[in-house]
Design a protein around this ligand. Structure first.
Ligand code: FE2
Ligand code: FE2
Length: 218
């Protein structure tokens, strides 16, 4: 993923804050309002962790369907090649979401934020499992529906992160120190870290949106 400098990060944050959220569909609405009910409307690290646990899931579902499809395409190597390229792309996004999750988990531990095992451990896994199956089945029936649902999810995440930075000016003075910095990147502050994460979510959204109108694996 592209790593932006502090000026670019501020510019991208302004762009997100200056653009409206997408008009989310029913399933996305249901997911976001359930999360608000369970974790409150206020943005914070524990809620972001839940978001990131769920964020990896569509990419895993697409990868799973693609592997099944690839197994049955021996007769058409070109088609199998295109599927494989799509799988590689999904893996890059999945890894990127994984870094987000690991970094946020590390921040929660460092700050000594108290988490509830049921609310922050078990329930997110249940939501993720449910969301995995929805993403999977939509992808099998009509891939564009699954891509669109993910675009809504990424758009929501992008706005949440960029707004979080805008609402918490103290993040500008907090240094980012992480054992994952070598993998994900160095940032001058937590504000810049979250701007980069928000920007990543926009890139994920745009990639899903480009897939919405294309047929499966083309
Ligand atoms: Fe993420
Ligand atoms: Fe994302």
């Amino acid at each position: 993923m592209e790593h932006l400098n502090p000026e670019q990060l501020k510019q991208e944050q302004r762009q997100t804050l200056g653009s409206p959220r997408m008009r989310y569909g029913f399933l996305a609405h249901l997911l976001f309002s359930s999360m608000d009910l369970l974790y409150g409307r206020k943005k914070g690290l524990s809620k972001f962790k839940v978001l990131e646990i769920i964020a990896r899931v569509p990419y895993q579902a697409w990868e799973n369907v693609a592997y099944v499809a690839m197994t049955h395409t021996h007769a058409d190597p070109g088609f199998a090649r295109r599927i494989f390229d799509r799988i590689k792309e999904s893996r890059i996004q999945q890894d990127n979401e994984q870094w987000h999750l690991l970094i946020i988990g590390e921040l929660i531990a460092k700050k000594g934020i108290d988490e509830n095992l049921l609310l922050h451990g078990f329930i997110p896994q249940v939501i993720a499992l449910f969301y995995y199956h929805i993403s999977w089945i939509l992808y099998v029936i009509r891939p564009k529906w699954s891509y669109l649902l993910n675009a809504y999810f990424e758009d929501h995440a992008e706005h949440e992160y960029m707004e979080y930075v805008a609402e918490n000016s103290d993040l500008e003075a907090e240094r980012f120190e992480s054992i994952f910095a070598g993998d994900y990147g160095q940032f001058a502050s937590l504000a810049d870290l979250f701007r980069q994460i928000g920007y990543d979510e926009r890139v994920h959204k745009l990639e899903s949106l480009t897939r919405v109108d294309s047929a499966r694996f083309q």
